[in-house]
Design a binder for this molecule. Structure first.
Ligand code: FSO
Ligand code: SF4
Length: 565
């Protein structure tokens, strides 16, 4: 196995024996193969688009396949291999449709040489890329193939780096698309780009420059994907609003819901109505608390615990069942494994998975029945946190914010969006939040916030010093806010604003957020706690030279650097 897609890549190089995330070699190999055959399906889908064949079932499947391979999403090898089988079947089915519509999968090569050509005896041969042609059915076939198609199968380290940068961006984008699609929102152009870009990662004729351009184009579609999800979430559940969230517990038994899928949260709240079971949010599902539509449920309790990586400790104490709706699963301890349920792209062998039926409905009754027999959660914290500062809410406060900037009450904003993780080096972000001057404000989104959202950092004229927009995809909100401020202050360039970007990353959704920010022209983003292992020195140099991307050093020097810029 070789995997270097997340910030925890062993030794900042790559996991080769077992993932730091807990992914075993056989799961890693199955994921490599799934990505490979998905590229094959994308090649056919891309050709199909040229002759007007667009298959929404295929688009959905490609999206789900990529999502399934995101860090900490799915540890179930059988599920992944079943997806490989279905991908191969869909590919052949689609090939039939494309050929029927006059399309051509693969390149036509004239064979026979000069003399045969002269004599009119040349013949045509269709060269089909292996990913769009290879087939297998047994696990042995799959294991053999997986060994040959992983990340290291691209020998040139710069091409490999750029291909993987694109693929990881697409994985992040697929997650955002899937959440939007679950709410009935979609964007055909994004799927078209995903197919094109996936196919391009197997095209040996593309140069480094071509791939850099493609990565930037992914940023454009990243913005579109996040905007779509924003539209889906706010169109369905209303605009997030300032909300005080209880972090203590109630007396009833509870169900803890984690991950990012708001549709799942809605279904669970509906099904638990009147059952005597409360629903708590965990990690990034905290953002669900900010939406008006969910506030009508009196059994919607507060937020329990912290970011994803603390689940081992916190799930033990919760006592009730836990529903993981997306990635951010840590392989469970035996003590609560029987209480852990997965749905959507997430999966853990031995844990019950709840599938959606044809109408997208899910039956959570077994989770609810289990909850009724469980004790109430053990209190691990007390108090409240405040959030809900997505674009609509912040723009409602725009006059106040603009005044504070004009009078100098707010000197600078720090965008500290992204992810949290178990590395000790991430304490930097807590120390950073504590050390920045009192006349600065943190704009956050994603689970990175757990490093400072429980500190008492006060407010500036009633504006809290930590403004939490929501989930990592709500980084989109931070961009909308920045663009609005640019307009209000009559600036030409978003980089002229007193905003610094000190972003913590962990997995592939942070990659699409980063590419999206680059696409919007944001410069001098600092990324930590370490730079991605998948950036080769040359590719890292391109990002440094063109966009001023940097790492982090220590709190004191970094604050000085940011404040002087
Ligand atoms: Fe955090 Fe996990 Fe949102 Fe990521 S919970 S780490 S960037 O999946 O998705 O921010
Ligand atoms: Fe290692 Fe991260 Fe890959 Fe897991 S996802 S195997 S921790 S690089």
């Amino acid at each position: 196995m070789f995997c270097y897609q997340c910030q925890e890549a062993a030794g900042c190089k790559g996991c080769t024996v077992r993932g730091v995330c807990g992914k075993t070699e056989d799961v890693a190999n199955a994921q490599d193969l799934l990505v490979y055959v998905t590229k094959g399906l994308a090649i056919v889908s891309n050709e199909g688009r040229k002759v007007g064949v667009i298959d929404s079932k295929v688009d959905k499947y490609i999206t789900e396949n990529l999502f399934t391979t995101i860090t900490n999403a799915n540890f179930d090898r059988n599920v992944i291999l079943d997806r490989v089988r279905e991908t191969l079947r869909l590919r052949e089915e689609l090939k039939g449709k494309v050929t029927k519509a006059g399309g051509q999968v693969g390149e036509i090569k004239i064979t026979g040489g000069f003399f045969k050509k002269l004599l009119g005896m040349e013949s045509q041969e269709v060269i089909i890329p292996d990913a769009a042609e290879w087939s297998g059915s047994t696990n042995t076939d799959f294991d053999k193939k997986a060994e040959k198609v992983g990340v290291l199968s691209t020998e040139n380290e710069d091409i490999r780096s750029l291909r993987e940068l694109i693929i990881y961006g697409l994985k992040g984008l697929s997650a955002y698309m899937k959440h939007a699609m679950n709410l009935g929102y979609n964007n055909e152009e994004v799927h078209g780009f995903m197919a094109k870009a996936l196919a391009a990662t197997l095209d040996d004729s593309l140069t480094s420059d071509d791939l850099v351009a493609l990565a930037m184009e992914a940023g454009k579609y990243g913005v579109d994907g996040m905007a779509l999800l924003d539209q889906a979430n706010t169109g369905t559940y209303g605009h997030p609003e300032i909300t005080k969230v209880d972090i203590g517990v109630r007396k009833n038994p509870g169900i803890l819901i984690s991950g990012h899928d708001l549709k799942d949260l809605e279904l669970l709240l509906e099904q638990t109505k009147g059952t005597g079971v409360d629903v708590y949010t965990h990690s990034e599902m905290l953002a669900g608390q900010y939406y008006p539509e969910f506030k009508k449920y009196s059994h919607f309790a507060g937020n329990y615990g912290n970011a994803w990586w603390k689940q081992g400790e916190e799930f033990d104490k919760f006592n009730g069942p836990i529903l993981m709706t997306t990635n951010c699963v840590v392989p469970p301890k035996d003590s609560y494994k029987n209480r852990l349920f997965t749905t959507g792209a997430s999966g853990v062998p031995g844990c019950k998975h709840i599938e959606a039926n044809k109408d997208g409905k899910k039956d959570f009754s077994q989770i609810i029945e289990m909850a009724k027999k469980c004790k109430a959660p053990i209190e691990i914290e007390k108090g409240e946190i405040v959030g809900g500062f997505a674009h609509n809410q912040v723009l409602a406060l725009a006059d106040k914010v603009v005044d504070a900037v004009k009078t100098g009450a707010i000197k600078r904003f720090f965008v500290m969006a992204g992810c949290d993780g178990r590395a000790k080096s991430r304490n930097y972000y807590t120390d950073f939040a504590k050390a920045i001057p009192n006349d600065t404000v943190i704009l956050t989104a994603g689970c990175a916030k757990y490093k400072y959202n429980k500190l008492d950092l006060g407010d500036i004229g009633g504006i809290p010093r930590v403004l939490d927009a929501g989930q990592c995809n709500d980084s989109y909100s931070l961009v909308v806010i920045a663009l609005k401020l640019k307009e209000v202050f009559g600036l030409d360039d978003v980089n002229e604003l007193p905003i610094s970007y000190n972003i913590a990353w962990y997995e592939q959704k942070a990659v699409i957020v980063l590419l999206s920010l680059l696409h919007l022209g944001v410069k001098n983003i600092h990324l930590g706690p370490t730079l991605p292992a998948f950036l080769s020195p040359n590719v890292a140099k391109v990002l440094v030279d063109n966009f001023g991307i940097g790492g982090i050093t220590n709190v004191e020097d970094d604050i000085k650097m940011f404040m002087e810029n």
